[in-house]
Design a protein around this ligand. Structure first.
Ligand code: F0G
Length: 464
């Protein structure tokens, strides 16, 4: 059969808010033109993130009912630990309330000012946690990965030569190296096993530990199975194990491939790393057998981690992203190619050639999609990755992308058809997308809370 179906049926429904354009315009204005500040009941299709927004299975809900809420050593913890160990093989496992809690403790315990942490591309919270302790988060994506439109597979790979060069001059400043699978900020692109092996080989020579940011490890394993030579006959679990065997530690947000609404973990082999991590975990998250989570959350994650590795689930999930991507390509809408594992990324720079990075074209596209059809998505451009320089001037980010993330097991094909129609409408009217400026911002992770207003350009002033 050619039709790839959802490998589940729906037992419970949740009504979607259907709103008017006038209502959405009013709400967006009240939210200072920042969709993070909108209320969820004003959004029809929420593609802001694939993080914690998935639908849990009946098995997960059933597991939650037997959650053991003992403060220490609960049965739910044991199931969680066993599952994480089965998949990752690591000796020490610590639950955290989400991925960034694991990143924060890792950064606080292993980094000092002046240190450098290379990665293919750091996610914003990873970067922020590294920078917060005075270290540098360095992206070493391959040239190919930086080419938005190349259809090559494994564009999440790290540039091995650049890594070697960095180590040659800065070995003393590199306490560990990271690799993010899949590479969220670079378009949800996968990392090949061959690349991970090459990274490991380089690091091993210099005795530098490797930490995998494994939020989307199962999606990455699916790409390896489907597109990397030698893996077609391996199960996703076998591939995941092979991946983790190359690393010394991992940070995870269970809100992605844990198929849970909250949670995360850190895992490693080093006793010293584990001791330091545990001490800070107790101080800020909770006892090491719950780490800020309820017993029922640990149960849901233990089941979800396994469900994410089911081939039929991944096959359907990747098909949904492909479905939307191919229809946008047909319409010549500029998207990052090939389609990533958890999202379609629009190139807002290509969408709005009339705007410069200082006009924040990504925000213009995001806000237009909301006003046009009640769709919420997120800018990954000069607001998220740009900076205000010492001279007070804006320094743009490397790219102007907009991410439409796919919550797991939530939307059906007709929802995606609707999104395609809205995108098509906005694409036809793209010349009308206005430049914006920031009127208020925080020093870290400013995209979450920034306030914007439309710039009054000469043309607009004339119309007014
Ligand atoms: N690493 C990556 C690659 C991520 O995508 C995220 C979260 C994190 C770490 C942090 O995990 O949210 O549990 O603290 N990404 C979400 C997103 C927020 O929308 O892409 P967290």
């Amino acid at each position: 059969m050619h039709t790839i179906i959802e490998p589940f049926r729906i037992k419970m429904t949740e009504a979607l808010p259907i709103t008017t354009r006038a209502h959405r315009e009013k709400q967006l204005k009240a939210a200072h033109y920042n969709v993070f500040l909108l209320n969820a009941q004003d959004i029809t299709i929420d593609m802001l993130t694939d993080s914690g927004t998935g639908a849990m299975s009946a098995s997960q809900w059933a597991a939650m009912m037997i959650g053991d809420e003992s403060y220490a050593g609960s049965l739910s913890w044991q199931k969680f630990e066993q599952t994480v160990r089965e998949i990752t093989g690591f000796t020490h496992i610590f639950p955290t309330h989400q991925g960034r809690a694991a990143e924060r403790i890792l950064a606080a315990t292993r980094l000092k000012p002046g240190d450098i942490v290379p990665n293919n591309s750091h996610f914003d919270t990873t970067r922020a946690n590294i920078e917060y302790v005075g270290a540098q988060a360095l992206d070493l994506l391959t040239q190919q990965g930086q080419d938005l439109y190349s259809d090559k597979m494994f564009k999440g790979n790290m540039d091995i030569e650049a890594l070697e060069k960095l180590i040659k001059s800065k070995r003393k400043n590199i306490p560990f190296c990271m690799i993010t699978v899949t590479n969220n900020t670079g378009g949800g692109q996968p990392v090949s096993m061959a690349n991970m092996k090459a990274i490991k080989a380089v690091l091993k020579k210099h005795n530098i530990p490797l930490v995998i940011d494994c939020c989307r490890y199962a999606e990455n394993a699916y790409f390896i199975k489907q597109y990397e030579k030698g893996y077609a006959d391996k199960s996703l679990l076998q591939i995941a194990r092979e991946m983790f065997a190359l690393a010394d530690g991992t940070t995870m947000s269970a809100k992605k491939d844990g198929l849970a609404n909250i949670g995360g973990f850190f895992a490693c082999n080093s006793d010293e790393w584990a001791d330091d991590f545990r001490n800070l975990l107790i101080l800020t998250e909770g006892f090491p057998t719950y780490g800020g989570l309820a017993g029922r959350d640990l149960e849901a994650i233990a089941v979800g981690l396994k469900e994410a590795l089911e081939f039929d689930y991944q096959h359907y999930r990747h098909a949904t992203v492909q479905y939307m991507a191919s229809r946008l390509i047909e319409r010549k809408i500029p998207i990052v190619r090939p389609a990533g594992g958890h999202a379609v990324f629009l190139n807002a720079g290509g969408f709005c050639p009339h705007l410069s990075p200082a006009d924040f074209p990504g925000i213009g596209v995001v806000n237009s999609l909301y006003v046009e059809g009640g769709i919420r998505c997120v800018e990954l451009g000069s607001v998220m990755f740009g900076r205000v320089g010492k001279d007070g001037k804006e320094m743009p980010g490397p790219r102007e992308l907009v991410r439409l993330a796919f919550p797991r097991r939530v939307y059906t094909q007709s929802h995606f058809d609707y999104v395609i129609e809205v995108l098509d409408t906005v694409w036809r009217k793209r010349q009308q997308i206005a430049p914006v400026r920031i009127t208020k911002q925080a020093p870290f992770l400013r995209h979450f809370t920034a306030h914007f207003e439309e710039k009054k350009t000469a043309a607009r002033r004339r119309i007014a």
